[in-house]
Design a protein around this ligand. Structure first.
Ligand code: SF4
Length: 212
């Protein structure tokens, strides 16, 4: 089966299975999503949402983060892990938003990538969720499933993104990645994928070998 046909079939299955798939981070504006996405590195969205519940009450504007006491910000985000690095990046990111972007979160990949702590994954979350632009969000679940299914041979997120861009219809880029994330959380777990009950088994290289 061609990769493009697999993708179509998987889109049919997973869109029916996860009609509510989408960004699982809580936010009310672009700045909050930018901060939450940075906090989500090496951390679950559920834990990030617990932390941001108070964080977003305390820090409401780019100026609040830009002028924050670094050690205080570190403590405020500590439960998300790697808090020193994340706090430094968030503060510097907001300083740059003020100096270069008039305090607004930019809407192009090129500009987003100039912000400290922002890689293609975060940029694609912002572009697709806030600005409605197509973007494939390659996180740990998306990488794992794309590899197992046989849609990429790479482990490098940037190459996986490019591989998926070639075979997933552009209008479905962000939803396809959300579906893979939901399926990764619910069925295709990292340690014990539940291939026996998986509705996309017929399209998955790893699953078919395992079940044989
Ligand atoms: S068949 Fe198994 S490995 Fe493939 S997507 Fe389903 S759970 Fe994951």
């Amino acid at each position: 089966m061609k990769r493009k046909d697999k993708v179509k079939a998987i889109l049919d299955e997973l869109s029916a299975l996860y009609p509510d798939a989408g960004c699982s981070l809580d936010f009310t504006n672009a700045l909050e999503l930018l901060v939450a996405t940075q906090l989500a590195a090496q951390c679950t969205d559920a834990r990030v949402n617990i932390v941001t519940k108070d964080l977003f009450k305390k820090y409401r504007t780019v100026e609040d983060y830009a002028g924050a006491d670094l050690q205080e910000l570190e403590q405020d985000i500590r439960p998300t892990g790697f808090f020193r690095n994340k706090a430094k990046n968030i503060k510097e990111c907001c300083i740059k938003l003020i100096t270069d972007f008039d305090g607004k979160v930019p809407d192009t990949m090129e500009e987003l990538l100039t912000l400290p702590g922002v890689g293609r994954k975060t940029a694609n979350v912002i572009l697709s969720t806030i600005y409605g632009k197509p973007g494939i969000i390659v996180d740990t679940h998306c990488s794992r499933l794309a590899g197992r299914i046989g849609l990429t041979k790479s482990k490098n997120p940037n190459i996986i993104e490019k591989d998926l861009m070639k075979i997933v219809p552009k209008s479905q880029w962000s939803m396809f990645s959300h579906y893979l994330v939901f399926h990764g959380r619910n069925v295709c777990n990292a340690r014990k994928p539940k291939c026996e009950i998986c509705t996309i088994l017929a399209y998955c290289d790893y699953g078919k070998k395992k079940i044989k």
